[in-house]
Design a protein around this ligand. Structure first.
Ligand code: ZN
Length: 251
């Protein structure tokens, strides 16, 4: 089975469309999403509709939670974006469609376990809000150990927007160090982050995602029309301009 895993779309329709177009050439059996469909970007409604249509399931990220319930621990720009996103869902004149979207969001799960794979947005111990940063592999041995204790074999996490693979040595390998492919040998535990579709933060502005195959995980990067997204953000007073500017730098 070939599963495409996308994460952290952040209402960036152009990036999501570029990734879905690429996935369509990769002969995958299904697409799943690790959450943060919403937040920061200018196309929340369109992104929710596309995820609902194209993904087998999605998890709930902290920004989806923020739009649905309340934004907690957000900076001003993120909080403003959350309230603005919520308004966009309520602007819809057709109440049936609007209610269906809220229903979809409210049903997103925080944790999914399928065979050898555990899927969460943040970390296995705090699935919505905790970050697992590359530097934790060096600086936080206790955190790494506690998190790996909760992983049977493999986990997929998003949230940091930094793609790569954590091993329980502990260590972290960016996709370039792996030539874009991590082998699943069945012996070592690993936590894999597919990176972010709509707001990469590893100084590479291209959209990021992975495909899980039977014996490996493959990382992909794709260019998309950042100008189009940045100009939509500039045209929306509730979304601060730097939310668009950061997309060019991948940070
Ligand atoms: Zn995110």
């Amino acid at each position: 089975m070939r599963t495409a895993v996308i994460s952290d779309i952040h209402a960036n329709l152009e990036a999501l469309q570029a990734v879905l177009d690429h996935i369509d050439t990769q002969n995958v059996d299904r697409i799943i999403c690790l959450g943060d469909i919403l937040g920061y970007g200018p196309s929340p409604v369109e992104c929710v509709d596309l995820v609902a249509e194209r993904c087998e399931w999605s998890l709930m990220g902290n920004h989806d939670f923020g739009v649905l319930y309340e934004p907690t621990n957000f900076n001003v720009a993120a909080e403003q974006a959350a309230y603005w996103s919520r308004e966009q869902f309520d602007l819809e004149s057709d109440n049936g469609i609007s209610a269906k979207r809220w229903e979809f969001l409210s049903r997103l799960r925080v944790r999914v376990l399928e065979d050898d794979f555990l899927y969460v947005h943040g970390t296995p111990r705090r699935p919505i809000n905790e970050y697992l940063f590359p530097e934790d592999a060096l600086n936080s041995p206790v955190k790494m150990q506690q998190i790996f204790e909760l992983v049977e074999k493999y986990a997929l996490v998003g949230h940091t927007h930094v793609p790569g693979v954590f091993t329980d040595e502990p260590d972290f390998y960016p996709p370039d160090d792996l030539d874009g492919v991590y082998k699943l040998d069945g012996e070592d535990k690993a936590i894999i982050n597919p990176g972010s579709v709509g707001q990469p933060r590893d100084l590479d502005p291209r959209a990021s995602y992975v495909i899980i195959e039977d014996d490996c995980v493959r990382f992909f990067r794709l260019e998309y029309d950042i100008d189009a997204v940045a100009s939509k953000i500039r045209a929306t007073p509730q979304l601060l301009d730097w939310l668009g500017e950061r997309l060019y730098e991948g940070r």
